[in-house]
Design a protein around this ligand. Sequence first.
Ligand SMILES: [Zn+2]
Length: 225
Amino acid sequence: MMRTWIPAFAGMTLALSAAAQEVAVDVGHYAAEPGVISASGVPEFEFNLALASEVKAELEKHQIDVRLIGERGDYAVLHHRTRDARGADLFVSIHHDSVQERLLPQADRFAGFSLFISRQNPKQERSLACASAIGAKLRGAGFTPSRYHADPVLGESRPFADETNGVHYYDNLAVARTAAMASVLVEAGVIVNREEEQRMRDPQVRRRIAAAVAGGVRECLAREP
Ligand SMILES: [Zn+2]
């Protein structure tokens, strides 16, 4: 009896784990250091929390399990985020962007989304596939890559991993470097730009961004790892 029962049970767990994929959705920054301050004075953490919650809802609609990381604003140590994501299939960190301090007076010139991956992540190929898929979905929804992070003067010379879809290499990025699973950091938009901040605060725009991010995640997770 044992012999027939054990393989059946093992098969069942396999089927279950294949069906339920899990994504760690990380809310960038924390209460004591809430990130960029937007053009109108709102801390980035609030934008990140609102968008991450929306991404969670979109993924759950499609039967993907979500582990929110940092939603209470209490994660000061970056590698604790990836540590607490262990077991997830993908780590997606949600952020909103700024520009270099000396360019803040011209911040309204800068707009768009950016995606970052690390070549030090153990699942570099999947990280790139997921970032490209997210970028493609965002473009399909009418959003544009910001591009300036690749620029040596306007940005930080972060080379493109996929220029069309706004994906850059940022090898030393803690939440990508320390993750055991594939990892992508999303800068949804530039909130030091007055117009773009208003767009990012619009619930309908937020929903469209979240749907695009979730759509890209679903697409890359559906492929072989
Ligand atoms: Zn940030």
